[in-house]
Structure formats: structure tokens, C-alpha cells
Design a binder for this molecule. Structure first.
Ligand SMILES: *[C@@H]1O[C@H](CO)[C@@H](O)[C@H](O)[C@H]1NC(C)=O
Ligand SMILES: *[C@@H]1O[C@H](CO)[C@@H](O)[C@H](O)[C@H]1NC(C)=O
Ligand SMILES: *[C@@H]1O[C@H](CO)[C@@H](O)[C@H](O)[C@H]1NC(C)=O
Length: 188
């Protein structure tokens, strides 16, 4: 009896090891929206409206240069690291909705173009902790620019969409740019 039990335990162990080994090494398995806890298969579109404050110099800079700018026309090679406040209204103290963090690089040898690789992390209501990934080129000389929303986390899992950024303040004295953002994002 004891022998049988030991034998059973032995086989069970082998099976368990084989099974768990196979499982931990599986690179790809089929999943589903249900398995991921997404209760609906219906995508919805959310419109977010907020303001982004970018201080590019001075004691309270939110975007700091990390490289030398080699070309004064295109800023080619320049890179800034940004940690910008996002607010409900155009005023800095209108109420926080989150932070925009990432890099601004100047990737063109011919044009004055800024590339954003940027994470919008929200800290507002039901969106607290959720984020959207913003990617795109903007022309700093243009008042309105459009960039892509390439993904998201939290309530924005599977997100995709776009953001229209409208520059409403350009203050060289305060070294401040304020942009109004209208984000349209499709998610579950
Ligand atoms: C930076 O922020 C501090 C605290 O809010 C403020 O007292 C100071 O005047 C600001 N400095 C500049 C250059 O804006
Ligand atoms: C860019 O402009 C600054 C300030 O006017 C000047 O000091 C610098 O030499 C210029 N850089 C180049 C590469 O022309
Ligand atoms: C967001 O969530 C964090 C972590 O759970 C919490 O500390 C914070 O108070 C929340 N903020 C808002 C505005 O709900």
C-alpha cells in the first residue's frame, strides 16, 4: 500500500514537473477578451480634454535639454526630457489630471520638427493609474498638430486613436508653452 502510494506520488510529481515545465516555457497561447476580464466585446470611444504645460527653461523647467543643440535652425540632434503637468483647464492651478512624461527629440536635418515619445499618465477619477502612449512628430511652428495614440494601460488597454494638440500659449519670457489636447481613443 505504502509502495503504491509512493509510486503514485512519483508519477504525480513527474506529471506535475512535465506539465509545469511545459507551461512555463510556452511562448504563445491563445487568449480571449473574456480571459482578460474584458466584459464587453464592444469598443467604445472616449474623448479626453485637458491641457499640457511645458516650461522649457528657467528654475521650474519641466522639459530639460540632455544634449547639445548642433543646428540652430532645425535643432537637429537636440533632445529634451519632459515631465509636464496635465491640467483640467488652461491655468496651471486649474486642477491636475496627470503627468506627461517622455522625450522630445529633433530628428530632422532639414525641417524644424519635434518628435514626441510620451506617456500620458492619468491621476483623475476612474482614470487614475491608467495611461496612454503618445507618439508623433509635431511642427513647433504650427499652432495645431496631430499625433497618434499608440496604446494604453489600465482602462485604456488595447487603446488606439489620435490627439489634436493646439498651442494656446507661447510665452518666451516665461519660457512656457501650453497646449490644449483633445484625445480620441478607442478602447474596451
Ligand atoms: C518656480 O516655482 C517657485 C515655487 O512655485 C516660485 O516661487 C518661483 O517664482 C518659480 N520660479 C520661476 C523662475 O518661475
Ligand atoms: C546657436 O546660437 C547660439 C546663441 O545665439 C550660439 O551661441 C551658437 O554658437 C549657435 N550654434 C550654432 C551651431 O550655430
Ligand atoms: C490615485 O491612485 C493612487 C494609488 O492608488 C492614490 O494614492 C491617489 O490618491 C489616487 N489619486 C486620485 C486623484 O484619485
Amino acid at each position: 500500500m505504502a509502495k503504491l502510494l509512493a509510486l503514485l506520488q512519483y508519477f504525480f510529481l513527474i506529471l506535475t514537473i512535465t506539465f509545469s515545465t511545459a507551461k512555463s516555457h510556452s511562448f504563445s497561447t491563445e487568449s480571449s477578451r473574456e480571459a482578460l476580464g474584458l466584459m464587453t466585446t464592444q469598443e467604445k470611444i472616449t474623448h479626453l480634454h485637458f491641457y499640457m504645460h511645458d516650461v522649457f527653461g528657467g528654475a521650474n523647467a519641466t522639459a530639460i535639454p540632455v544634449t547639445k543643440i548642433l543646428d540652430n535652425n532645425t535643432f537637429y540632434g537636440g533632445m529634451f526630457v519632459a515631465d509636464d503637468p496635465l491640467t483640467l483647464g488652461p491655468d496651471r492651478d486649474s486642477g491636475p489630471v496627470g503627468t506627461g512624461r517622455g522625450t522630445y527629440t529633433f530628428p530632422s536635418q532639414n525641417d524644424f520638427v519635434l518628435e514626441m515619445v510620451y506617456n500620458l499618465r492619468f491621476a483623475h477619477g476612474g482614470y487614475n493609474g491608467s495611461s496612454l502612449c503618445l507618439l508623433g512628430n509635431i511642427s513647433p511652428a504650427s499652432i495645431v498638430n496631430e499625433v497618434a495614440i499608440a496604446g494604453g494601460t489600465g482602462v485604456f488597454r488595447f487603446a488606439r486613436g489620435y490627439a489634436v494638440a493646439k498651442r494656446i500659449v507661447l510665452d518666451f519670457k516665461a519660457q512656457l508653452v501650453v497646449r490644449e489636447l483633445n484625445v480620441y481613443v478607442s478602447h474596451y
